[in-house]
Design a protein around this ligand. Structure first.
Ligand SMILES: NC(=O)c1ccc[n+]([C@@H]2O[C@H](COP(=O)([O-])OP(=O)(O)OC[C@H]3O[C@@H](n4cnc5c(N)ncnc54)[C@H](OP(=O)(O)O)[C@@H]3O)[C@@H](O)[C@H]2O)c1
Length: 355
């Protein structure tokens, strides 16, 4: 049954009533840190870019559209400098009473730059990583926030179902190409955005490998989305295992359902039933800024490096709002499935002659 794992899990029910485990005033000073946020033009990615840059990090907003990126960067800088948000520990704007505390930050204001990245094309994802590497900067924080959700059927440039291609394959190629730089820069964090929808796919075929290139698809777009989100958690766990001897902390996150996303879906749908459901959901949906908090916890909180098994840090775990660790879909414990996905994705990348 879909969502069986969560519905039967008392911890999931408790998470609704639990106190938030992270807040904006717990984000530490991030000066000297270099971060990449995919999909920072709007929604959760934008909120993440603003929070990281306001705390002194040099942030790359990685997305496919330069014009949108430049607008978002301008908006982010204005939002931060005009104190649109309440960040008690933020570096910006300089506060009265300090003589020279901002020497270590850029004099021109928060540092947010554009990095061109189209996740629907693996070779472009690969070259985006190369573009970043060529700048010779360290990389401390990577937040994979870009994604598509419940969109009409389409295939990626490489011929894969586009939820799987954008939400998983593009990020797989991009992240893996950045891994050595993150090793050199450790301690480092990787946050892989997933969704509670990853709970939907069940055995015996949680990921239908034989149909990832079939057009038109044999599954509904809800299942295709859910499958791509399951791939995110499986990938996070496989990657965390590969970097277990490094101080690279890889985790997956469900942001909660944000009001903006629901409103977007309502506008896009002409199903009466879906619209009623969305209106109901809107009553319990989060503001985007709150939705970004769980990923920000995983990206910045010192607890991520201090806690976990034997105090070796939180690795390969799945978090829901707000910063609440939960058992993910039980199929994500299946190491064979994690490795099957890894091998499939690696082969897909190798088959791309431009990489
Ligand atoms: N918000 C929620 O309720 C919710 C719940 C569960 C999971 N999630 C997941 O959390 C993530 C962020 O959600 P959100 O609400 O912030 O979504 P959003 O507002 O729709 O933003 C998605 C971002 O992904 C980018 N993107 C889409 N296709 C891309 C591609 N081919 N290459 C590069 N970037 C691409 C978009 O860029 P453009 O501006 O170019 O379109 C946009 O910046 C998504 O992965 C979403 O699926 C969200």
């Amino acid at each position: 049954m879909p969502f069986e794992n969560v519905l039967r899990n008392p911890e999931w029910w408790k998470s609704f009533f639990a106190k938030d485990r992270f807040s904006y005033d717990e984000i530490p000073d991030l000066s000297g840190k270099v971060c990449i946020v995919t999909g920072g033009t709007g929604g959760l990615g934008y909120a993440t870019v603003v929070a990281l840059a306001a705390h002194g990090a040099h942030v790359f907003l990685a997305c496919r559209n330069r014009v949108k990126a430049e607008e978002a960067i301008e908006r982010a800088q204005a939002d931060i400098l005009q104190l649109q948000f309440d960040f008690p520990n933020a570096s910006y704007p300089p506060q009265k009473g300090f003589e020279q505390p901002y020497e270590r930050y850029s004099r021109t204001g928060p540092r947010v730059e554009f990095l061109e990245l189209d996740l629907a094309d693996m070779s472009k994802a690969h070259f985006a990583a190369k573009d970043f590497l060529s700048r010779g900067l360290p990389l401390h924080i990577l937040v994979n926030s870009a994604g598509v959700m419940l969109q009409e059927h389409d295939m990626s440039t490489d011929g894969y179902e586009h939820h799987f291609a954008i939400n998983h394959l593009g990020h797989f190629v991009f992240t893996n190409a950045l891994l050595d730089r993150m090793r050199e820069s450790q301690p480092a964090r990787i946050v892989i955005m997933s969704s509670m929808a990853h709970e939907i796919p069940a055995s015996p075929k949680p990921i239908d490998f034989s149909n990832l290139r079939t057009s038109p698809p044999v599954q509904s777009h809800v299942l295709l989305y859910a499958q791509s989100r399951l791939a995110n958690v499986l990938y996070a766990r496989a990657l965390a295992r590969r970097v277990r001897h490094d101080r690279i902390f890889v985790n997956a996150s469900h942001p909660g359902c944000t009001d903006q996303q629901v409103l977007k879906r309502m506008r896009a749908s002409d199903s009466t039933c879906f619209n009623y459901f969305s209106k109901l959901w809107l009553r319990i949906a989060y503001p985007v800024r709150r939705g970004a908090l769980t990923a920000l916890f995983l990206a910045t909180s010192p607890k991520v490096e201090e806690e976990g098994v034997d105090g070796r840090g939180i690795r390969g775990r799945y978090f829901t709002p707000i910063a609440y660790e939960l058992q993910a879909n039980l199929v994500t414990d299946d190491v064979d499935l994690q490795e099957k996905l890894w091998a499939y994705s690696e082969k897909a990348a190798q088959n791309n002659s431009k990489i």
